[in-house]
Design a protein around this ligand. Structure first.
Ligand SMILES: C[S@@+](CC[C@H](N)C(=O)[O-])C[C@H]1O[C@@H](n2cnc3c(N)ncnc32)[C@H](O)[C@@H]1O
Length: 714
């Protein structure tokens, strides 16, 4: 009865990680898994998948469900009497370096199984398996391991990686919206120090880079029992050599390239492919685009209502959820407001410098992501949302780069110098250009010479083309990210280090790192809507309101609203994480004669004293407004809002309503130990289209304190 079994062990949710164990079933008396150093920190798995190899490349899968900590039931989905009985009870014992799983089934008809000499590899080292429940991925995993399934040759592959080993950990159960910063903070908070983290917004996992095996083990230990957004973090070792990493990456790229090219057939021209990528709704008439966005908003708000319904099943149910409404919407949702400008509306574009399909140096957009295998750059000539002046600058940069003695940066070989050009072209005419350059060992003199030449080139272009170039900056960057780095400095090589924009009769200074809404004219419509909502909330018989502008950027919302209300605001308090933006906000308040303002630098979740100050205020109204990044705000912000008795009104502006839904839920859910204070209720909502031809839309929701809550609660 010899057979080869593959086991996927997953630990209990609050413990370490998942591993693939590859082994040889010797006979059916005992299942023995010899552990290596990594398994040291393992606890008894709660979830096991067992694969039985049938022939060269065929596998069947069985589920082994853990029965508490002392045993597991085996249920063979693909039953094979020769190998395992239909259902087995297995007992698990573990010592420091061994896990023994033996049959304790009372049928006793078949002896326990022994699997020994098992080599252990990381489940994730050779594939993209992020989901233990994904059979395909598990099978992929096995496919990759079949070459070496003879237990006698087993080794801990991660110890034999040889040269260029990268000590990595894969952290799973990380919310997609979690930023690198959020994860770094979590690591630092748990005593792991400042570590390098790699994460894409599409991943529900991330990689943590370490210097040694010892550090790796230390971090694993420190991350035991750590949770993020209420989910236990699962950590697995994911060591890899640079060569292996590149190979995996190349293979994946090739596969993706094939997939992308075959997906829609070859009928689409590269320009169409790019248009579908950057402006996926461009084929629809604008009225249909608006309907698409309106429907999306309504669907998401209906989900939000259902969620609150669910949470209030056995307890107080607020009126806005209890009432039967055909639309199932939580509040009045007004028709989406269109953008006053449909084309060329983007005031910020980041162009990649690379090679086009003919191998010529080009400045434009990447056709597909580099990781997807399509790394040709296409000129933005036909891009609907790029302004004419930004196109002109991209073309000029391309001309410059084509003549340059330096090559464009190659994302694969990491050779070459010219990397990116970012163009800010504000509605008022101000232009900022940032050029990113890889030093590649050039001397300071060589780099300075290049900066000088670039400055002369753009200065004369600005004169010839009547471009209001206010700021030209260079970032010398030798990192790997494909974006303008937040950490590396900028050097001003022409003009100032900032530009200006005008909106709602106000003027704003914008520094290179500061956020500014990408469609100025539509943002003005959005802010006008906010001021309309706020005017309705202001009681003329009461003292003027205090406005708390969370994630205030350069101070736009607070300043515009203050002006729109005829400066009848008691005070504007802005909280913002980006230092340059806070500096801008302070200057902008002065520029616009807003005297009663205060700006706080730091994450809003850690700077809520602005709210606490008003906790017992009985004077005027306090209105909070938040316009957070895509992922929404930290739940502590919502907690503080609920607990701040002075705040009866809250405006939420979201550019990703699906991601913000959790914030809406936490704001409106019945009081719990975690979310104290009287909940809010949605009162009205409206979408404003800041992104014609793209899928995003801004959603403004007005929330009020649910005044019926305490009296109705049973
Ligand atoms: C969508 S922008 C809105 C900016 C501004 N309200 C406006 O309309 O121009 C989000 C802003 O939140 C800031 N931000 C991101 N995370 C933050 C945090 N945890 N605390 C405070 N500000 C944050 C960003 O730097 C950015 O300026």
């Amino acid at each position: 009865m010899f057979t080869t079994l593959f086991l996927v062990f997953s630990t209990s949710s609050h413990r370490i990680g998942t591993r693939v164990l590859r082994g040889l079933c010797v006979n059916k008396t005992k299942l023995l898994v010899q552990k290596n150093i990594i398994v040291k920190s393992y606890v008894v798995p709660t979830y096991i998948k067992l694969y039985e190899k049938k022939g060269e490349r065929s596998y069947s899968m069985s589920s082994l469900n853990v029965n508490e900590k002392i045993g597991i039931d085996i249920k063979l989905e693909n039953e094979n009497e020769d190998i395992l009985p239909t259902t087995k009870k297995l007992k698990i014992e573990k010592s420091d370096d061994t896990v023994i799983i033996e049959n304790c089934s009372d049928t006793g008809s078949v002896d326990p199984i022994i699997i020994k000499d098992i080599s252990m590899i990381d489940e994730t080292s050779n594939n993209n398996n992020d989901n233990n429940n994904n059979n395909n991925n598990d099978n992929d995993n096995l496919e990759e391991n079949t070459d070496n399934n003879d237990a006698s040759t087993s080794t801990n592959v991660k110890d034999d990686l040889g040269e260029g080993i990268q000590y990595r950990l894969r952290m799973k159960n990380v919310p997609k919206f979690a930023s690198v910063k959020m994860i770094k903070d979590l690591l630092a908070k748990n005593g792991c120090g400042s570590l390098n983290v790699k994460k894409s917004p599409k991943w529900n996992y991330c990689f943590v880079q370490l210097k040694s095996r010892e550090q790796q083990l230390e971090v694993i230990e420190k991350l035991k029992d750590v949770t993020l957004k209420n989910k236990a973090i699962i950590v697995t070792v994911d060591n890899i050599t640079e060569k292996e990493r590149q190979l995996l990456f190349d293979n994946k790229r090739e596969a993706n390239k094939e997939r992308l090219l075959n997906e829609q057939g070859e009928q689409r021209s590269p320009e169409e492919l790019l248009a579908d990528q950057t402006t996926p709704l461009h084929r629809l008439p604008y009225s249909e685009q608006l309907k698409f966005k309106d429907d999306g908003i309504k669907k998401s708000l209906s989900t939000f209502r259902n969620k609150i319904k669910e949470l209030t099943k056995d307890r107080y149910r607020p009126n806005w959820v209890a009432e039967e409404v055909e639309s199932n919407l939580p509040c009045e949702v007004r028709t989406i407001i269109s953008s006053p400008i449909l084309e060329g509306y983007r005031n910020k574009c980041e162009f990649t410098i690379g090679k086009n399909l003919n191998g010529e140096k080009t400045v434009g957009f990447l056709l597909g992501a580099y990781k997807d295998g399509l790394n040709a750059v296409l000129e933005p000539e036909k891009s609907l949302n790029v302004s004419e002046v930004a196109k002109k600058i991209a073309t000029a940069m391309q001309t410059y780069v084509r003549k340059s003695e330096y090559d464009v940066y190659d994302r694969k070989t990491k050779q070459g110098n010219w990397r990116l050009t970012s163009v800010r072209s504000q509605a008022c005419g101000d232009i900022m250009i940032i050029v990113q350059f890889h030093p590649q060992g050039l001397t300071e003199d060589q780099i300075n010479k290049e900066k000088l030449s670039l400055a002369e080139y753009f200065e004369s272009l600005a004169k010839e083309e009547r471009i209001n170039l206010k700021s030209l900056l260079v970032q010398v960057y030798d990192g790997v990210s494909d974006c303008i780095s937040d950490k590396y400095p900028y050097e001003v090589i022409y003009g100032d280090s900032f530009i200006h924009e005008e909106m709602m009769g106000c003027r704003f200074r914008i520094s290179p790192r500061a956020f500014f809404q990408t469609n100025t004219l539509a943002a003005q419509v959005l802010y006008e809507k906010c001021s309309e909502y706020i005017k309705d909330l202001c009681n003329p018989d009461k003292p003027p309101p205090v406005l708390i502008d969370m994630c205030c950027g350069t101070g736009t919302i607070g300043i515009c609203l203050s002006k729109a209300l005829g400066n009848k605001i008691e005070k504007v308090i802005g909280i913002e994480i980006c230092e340059e933006a806070v500096e801008d906000a302070k200057i902008n308040a002065t520029l616009n004669e807003i005297k009663n303002s205060e700006y706080i630098l730091g994450p809003v979740e850690k700077n809520l004293r602005a709210l606490n100050n008003y906790n017992n205020s009985t004077a005027g109204t306090v209105i909070a407004i938040v316009d957070p990044p895509r992922a929404g705000v930290h739940k502590n912000v919502i907690k503080a809002l609920r607990n701040c008795q002075a705040i009866d009104y809250f405006l939420y502006i979201s550019c990703d309503y699906n991601l913000a839904t959790q914030n809406f839920i936490d704001l409106c859910r019945p009081s719990t130990n975690a979310f104290t204070g009287i909940p809010f209720k949605p009162v009205r909502a409206v979408g404003v289209d800041l992104f014609p031809h793209a899928k995003q839309v801004e959603l403004l929701i007005e929330f009020h304190r649910d005044e019926n809550y305490s009296t109705n609660e049973s």
